[in-house]
Design a protein around this ligand. Structure first.
Ligand SMILES: Cc1cc2nc3c(=O)[nH]c(=O)nc-3n(C[C@H](O)[C@H](O)[C@H](O)COP(=O)(O)OP(=O)(O)OC[C@H]3O[C@@H](n4cnc5c(N)ncnc54)[C@H](O)[C@@H]3O)c2cc1C
Length: 320
């Protein structure tokens, strides 16, 4: 970061969300600069981009309400559409499987409810199959997105000074003066804005990768009913597992991934309470909501509204 750098909008975080947000802003003529504390593509992500929320559709409707769940489901499909327009995706479909009788029943019921609401899903007798689910190479995608943007890697945003006439992002490598800041900082959002400490909280997921082997049954990603565990044989033959061990030999690589969960299971997209120039886009609860929410926030920042259902995601709902 050059001393006294300037930008119209600073995006903090160069994960998939931050880079799509920055690209959307740049496409609307905004002078945008991205700050990333690591290097771009360092975030290990599972490759599947799965439709829907982590728990079955019918269960989600009981918890969040039918209208909100339908809107969120559509946003995950929109995320897949946005990502497909940005780079190669492989259509894999996915199989959601229950281990206990009530999980099997919830998935079977969800298949019927999804069909009734116009979503593509079927009950195979053993699994809820979503044919349109796809997978991406997230590291390659973020590197490609970053190549056309101004991204300052290895630059940690330490603090945001929202009191001065011009907003300032204080980093460990110099300050950036700007008109607005957007946080796409995932699980770390509360570190920069304490208001989010108990609203977007980190949840660890253990991921492992096994060496390539002959094609097997996991070529279609297999996801547990609660969305927590996943097994998938990638196109390169390697087997990826999240919170599960589908093979008896030791994996060649394993790592922890931190997800930003949300206290009410809904993302926070919009202005940070108390500010008109600080925005947030985080709390996806491990669901494929980041890309659509990034486009939503770009629309909010540039026009004050969005074509998507944005009011239910407004962070100001958390103000007591
Ligand atoms: C089992 C499992 C299944 C998943 N399924 C899906 C799925 O189907 N679809 C999907 O989209 N996602 C899925 N995810 C989540 C996905 O991997 C990403 O975590 C998610 O897309 C959020 O991306 P993000 O860009 O918002 O956050 P992150 O990828 O966490 O990026 C945030 C970035 O901000 C940077 N940062 C944070 N604080 C600062 C700071 N102060 N200064 C500078 N930089 C900072 C971080 O270094 C990081 O690069 C899944 C994850 C798991 C484990």
């Amino acid at each position: 970061v050059p001393e006294e750098a300037q930008a119209e909008v600073v995006v903090v975080g160069a994960g998939l969300t931050g880079l799509i947000l920055a690209g959307e802003l740049a496409a609307r003529g905004v002078d945008v600069r991205v700050l990333e504390r690591r290097s771009v593509g360092a975030t290990d992500e599972p490759g599947p981009l799965l439709e829907g929320l982590h728990y079955p559709y019918g269960v989600a409707r009981k918890i969040l309400g039918a209208g909100r769940v339908r809107d969120l489901w559509r946003l995950t499909i929109e995320s897949r559409r946005i990502v497909s327009s940005l780079g190669p995706t492989t259509t894999t479909g996915s199989n959601r499987v229950g281990e206990r009788p009530h999980e099997v029943e919830a998935l079977r019921e969800s298949a019927a409810l999804l069909q009734a609401d116009g979503f593509e899903a079927e009950w195979t007798g053993e699994a809820l199959r979503v044919p349109g689910d796809a997978a991406i190479d997230p590291a390659a995608l973020v590197r490609r997105l970053a190549a056309s943007l101004v991204v300052c890697e290895h630059t940690t945003a330490r603090r945001i000074d929202d009191r001065a006439p011009q907003l300032r992002v204080i980093t460990d490598r110099g300050d950036v003066a700007c008109e607005a800041v957007a946080l796409a900082t995932g699980a770390s959002t509360g570190e920069l804005v304490p208001f989010f400490e108990s609203i977007v909280y980190p949840v660890r997921r253990r991921c492992a990768l096994w060496s390539a082997r002959a094609p097997g049954p996991l070529r279609t990603p297999r996801v547990s009913a609660d969305g927590r565990r996943l097994g998938w044989q990638r196109p390169d033959g390697r087997i990826l597992a999240v919170e599960s061990t589908p093979l008896s030999d030791a994996p060649e690589q394993s790592w922890d991934q931190m997800l930003g969960f949300s206290c009410d299971e809904l993302p926070c997209v919009g202005p940070v309470p108390g500010s008109v120039r600080l925005f947030v886009c985080a709390g996806f609860h491990g669901n494929a909501l980041g890309p659509a929410c990034a486009r939503m926030l770009a629309q909010i920042i540039t026009t004050g509204r969005s074509e998507y259902p944005y009011r239910m995601l407004d962070p100001r709902r958390h103000v007591i």
